[in-house]
Design a protein around this ligand. Structure first.
Ligand SMILES: Cc1ncc(C[n+]2csc(CCOP(=O)(O)OP(=O)(O)O)c2C)c(N)n1
Length: 880
């Protein structure tokens, strides 16, 4: 799919506004009243020309628009009265006596003039009642649209009111059923926020009525079970089975409130909306970028950005506190990551565990991060279901129309402690006294609906009987479930990587080496590609370096019809000026992407924002939802991956075990000690090794371009998808010995361990290593002229190539000494891991001895001279 399906409305489209403004200046009556009001009241128009009372009225209107939301009263307990805006007439230079005087309405009302009192009533009703709307700082078109919509309140029909009531009642009964049957068990009750259920249903229905076919609904822990059951149709018996917590009834590697689910929502007009709640770890908000990545992949697969949508549900404390929210929003309008606007819903119970907003954030609202990105925010009270539904409708319309993220902040309370076994009165005695006395949302709404004649006592009682019976029957079903054996899933790792002929490789080089007519390519890039174009004529010549091998690997996958997507900081050129995946015309700045010439598959490469957590999360999400693709995230330097440690620890290493998911996400982490200091040297191999178990991923450190080529291709063709982490070289990118021939690329496969090209089979000592130190060892051996040492390379650190290494070692019958050489300090790198494995797998061999740097708290020295000295000292030891 072409990328331009992602060209959304340009939010700073001034032309749009200017046209209307011009018409307005010529003839005010020719534009819609809301526009008239906007141009006058927003100081956009001829404010300066107004004087006296008119100017004062304009200031008053502006104040209502800017500050009115603070007066709505969606949450009287949170916002101190001192923060209420004062719309005191005196503050605007107006007096009480002017209330009955006629003032201009600036198009806000149908009449041109009205009494000041009438205008104020309108402003109070529009900006200070029901929904608190924050529009300051959002794009002008969106502001104008919202202003015009505010006047048109859509009423709920009595059928809709009954539906809303049933949802609220259903949620309440479901929660209280669990509370009685499984007292004290953690479920993260939704009580105090039950309106969330009808709110979400309506929101999703509004979206489904437009083009949206699929929603990734990122649930917070709170209310997740209720959503899965009451909205997505997960059978109650399955929910209860999780509470029974029998190893025979549940089949998951994660707790119930982290697991995902799927469902189809049928709308009232008969449309179907597929909803996926992705699983997530406890780490709040970490799933946000993952969900966005999934949505992006779905949109591309469906060929349209309007067909898939992310709805992200947040807690107030986590939204305000977690930086990943900002990182995710930062990606939201970028070419490589945008998803056409997401909907954010906050279950704002005004507490995070035991922490109140005053200690949890520096801003008035928990949603204030939205302002940085000019996203509209609606504040509503869960006690006012009808206002909530109205906000849902407005939010969905704005998202659809303008492609922006929209936030709905649902004020509510938390009925119990943080979880159901937690006692909240230790820390919030007064709040919980108040909450205890607060009637439930259902009770209040029920009374309102009975008073207005929408419901009767007997209808309410029928609804209750029906829901109660359903819950009781489900409980009986789960208790009676016969015990069965769980089926153990066996992993099948098929690795069928088709070979690539020399001819194809030569053609890829030619096609990607073609310089378009008139394109002024950088002279260094030109030289590079000219050499590549000729490579096909000398298939035995060792001229393929790492970057060329990567290009050929990508090119060959594209020729097979696969998608290759890569992102990370500065990846288009490459941190080390090695990739040049996108050329920039030196005369006019135009861009050209040679790999896009291979158009059987799709090639996407994006320079990412300076974020690791967000971008790695996004790429992981993309890889979950994308078929036939290889998705790659590259770190600027390997050590920076730890900015995304949550993604590695909580997702990448364990998503299969916890949630049964598959992904072939590939991380390229530049690694190697080149005297550049404690940073930029280590991708922390040791940490990845510690997280390795049950074939969860592949860890590799390739020493030749052909190995890298084969590894990348193998990864793209994996049937059983697991991630790949490659500790990629820096110095080796231009090392004269680190080259392969096209022939090596077209034959063979990735080898988990390697001998030297012409080893001494009579060696008495075998030196084992991984990565670039191999070349240094060969160099040092030359200097030491010690031919009794042979070097073996472990190219795949995990899964450990036990048999293959054993077979190689057997080729050296005279070897009596076994050494491990590494650049990293002793407490880092692969030493600890390999020493233990060596003893375990090869008990007949003498123990492995260590050659390398001493233990160190810091990764490396900051001095190049010290680095060199350390190196010279230890590398000698391999040959003494
Ligand atoms: C990154 C992270 N830090 C800490 C926690 C522990 N924790 C779990 S829930 C919670 C409070 C969350 O509050 P909020 O986001 O307002 O949601 P609520 O539980 O009130 O619905 C905390 C601190 C966590 N899960 N994740």
């Amino acid at each position: 799919m072409e990328e331009d399906v992602f060209s959304y409305v340009n939010l700073t489209n001034a032309v749009f506004l200017e046209n209307i403004y011009e018409t307005y200046l010529k003839n005010r009556e020719a534009v819609d009243p809301s526009w008239r009001g906007f141009f006058a009241g927003m100081a956009f128009g001829e404010k300066a020309s107004y004087e006296g009372t008119e100017a004062k009225v304009i200031r008053l209107i502006e104040a209502y628009r800017r500050e009115g939301h603070k007066k709505v009263g969606f949450n009287p307990s949170d916002i101190k009265s001192s923060k209420y805006p004062s719309f005191d007439l005196a503050g605007f230079g107006l007096g009480e006596e002017e209330l009955s005087s006629e003032v201009p309405t600036f198009g806000l009302l149908t009449d041109k003039r009205c009494k000041l009192k009438t205008l104020i009533e309108f402003l109070e009703e529009t900006y200070c009642a029901g929904i608190g709307i924050e529009t300051e700082g959002i794009p002008e078109e969106v502001q104008i649209w919202i202003q015009s919509e505010l006047g048109t309140k859509q009423e709920c029909s009595s059928g809709e009111l009954t539906e809303i009531f049933e949802d609220i009642f259903g949620a309440e009964l479901f929660e209280s059923f669990l509370q009685t049957k499984y007292p004290g068990q953690t479920r993260f009750s939704l009580e105090g926020a039950e309106t969330f259920i009808p709110f979400l249903r309506f929101l999703l229905e509004f979206e489904a009525e437009d083009d949206v076919e699929e929603v990734i609904l990122c649930m917070a822990h709170r209310g997740r079970l209720t959503v899965l059951s009451t909205l997505l149709g997960k059978p109650e018996s399955e929910v209860f089975a999780d509470f029974e917590d029998s190893d025979l009834l549940q089949d998951s590697g994660d707790v119930k409130y982290h697991r995902g689910g799927e469902g189809i929502l049928k709308t009232s007009s008969g449309k179907s909306l597929k909803i996926t709640v992705p699983p997530n770890p406890s780490h709040l908000e970490s799933v946000d970028p993952v969900a966005e990545g999934r949505v992006r992949a779905l949109q591309e697969a469906k060929g349209s950005p309007s067909k898939a949508l992310a709805v992200l549900v947040h807690g107030d404390a986590s939204l305000a506190g977690q930086g990943i929210v900002y990182e995710t929003l930062q990606m939201s309008r970028l070419e490589g990551y945008k998803t056409g606007g997401s909907l954010h819903v906050v279950i704002n119970n005004q507490i995070g565990y035991t922490t109140l907003p005053k200690d949890g954030r520096s801003t008035l609202y928990c949603t204030d991060v939205a302002k940085t990105f000019g996203c509209p925010v609606f504040h509503v009270s869960a006690q006012k279901p009808v206002d909530c539904i109205r906000a849902a409708r407005l939010a969905a319309q704005i998202r659809k129309k303008f492609g922006v993220d929209v936030f709905i902040d649902l004020y509510c309370h938390r009925k119990y402690g943080h979880n159901e076994g937690d006692e909240p009165t230790f820390t919030q005695p007064l709040e919980y006294q108040r909450i205890k006395k607060t009637p439930s949302i259902r009770e209040v709404f029920q009374a309102e609906l009975i008073a207005s004649g929408v419901l009767t006592e007997s209808i309410v009682s029928d609804i209750k009987t029906r829901i109660d019976a359903k819950l009781h029957n489900a409980l009986i079903e789960v208790k009676e479930k016969t015990k069965g054996k769980k089926e153990v899933l066996r992993k099948i790792r098929e690795e069928e990587t088709p070979p690539v002929s020399i001819q194809t490789l030569g053609e890829i080089n030619k096609k990607t080496g073609f310089v378009p007519e008139g394109f002024s390519v950088h002279p260094k890039v030109k030289k590079l590609v000219e050499a590549r174009v000729r490579e096909g004529e000398y298939p035995d010549k060792k001229s393929v370096d790492f970057a060329s091998a990567e290009l050929l690997a990508f090119g060959s996958l594209l020729e097979e019809g696969l998608t290759v997507r890569m992102s990370g900081q500065d990846v288009r050129r490459g941190t080390f000026s090695q990739r040049h995946a996108v050329w920039i015309d030196q005369k006019n700045g135009n861009e050209y992407t040679p790999l896009k010439q291979l158009n059987k598959g799709s090639f996407f490469i994006y320079d990412s924002p300076l974020s690791e957590f967000g971008v790695m999360g996004f790429e992981l999400g993309y890889s979950f939802s994308s078929e036939n693709s290889l998705v790659i995230w590259e770190a600027q330097y390997g050590d920076f991956y730890n900015g995304a440690q949550v993604i590695v620890d909580q997702y990448l290493s364990c998503f299969e075990k916890k949630w049964g998911l598959g992904s072939n996400l590939t991380l390229l982490l530049p690694h190697g000690y080149e005297g550049k200091g404690p940073e930029h040297s280590s991708a922390r191999i040791e940490r990845f090794l510690q997280l390795s178990a049950e074939d969860n991923w592949t860890l590799a450190n390739c020493t030749t371009p052909s190995q890298f080529f084969h590894l990348i291709r193998r990864q793209a063709h994996l049937k059983h998808k697991t991630p790949l982490i490659v500790f990629t070289p820096k110095g080796l990118l231009r090392h004269p010995s680190c080259v392969s021939s096209l022939k090596e690329l077209s034959t063979g496969a990735f080898e988990a361990c390697l001998e030297e090209p012409s080893p001494n089979k009579a060696a008495s000592r075998l030196v084992l290593c991984s990565g670039k130190v191999f070349y240094d060892l060969l160099e040092e051996r030359k200097k030491a002229s010690n031919s009794s040492v042979s070097v073996l390379r472990i190219e795949q650190l995990y899964p450990f190539p036990k048999e293959k290494l054993q077979a190689l070692i057997k080729k050296y019958p005279d070897a009596k000494e076994f050494m491990w050489v590494q650049e990293e300090p002793k407490n880092m790198g692969a030493w600890g891991y390999l020493e233990a494995l060596f003893r375990l797998h090869y008990p007949e061999l003498p123990p492995l001895t260590y050659v390398g740097r001493e233990e160190s708290s810091s990764v490396a020295t900051g001095s190049y001279a010290v680095h060199k000295k350390e190196y010279e000292q230890f590398i000698k030891l391999a040959f003494i």
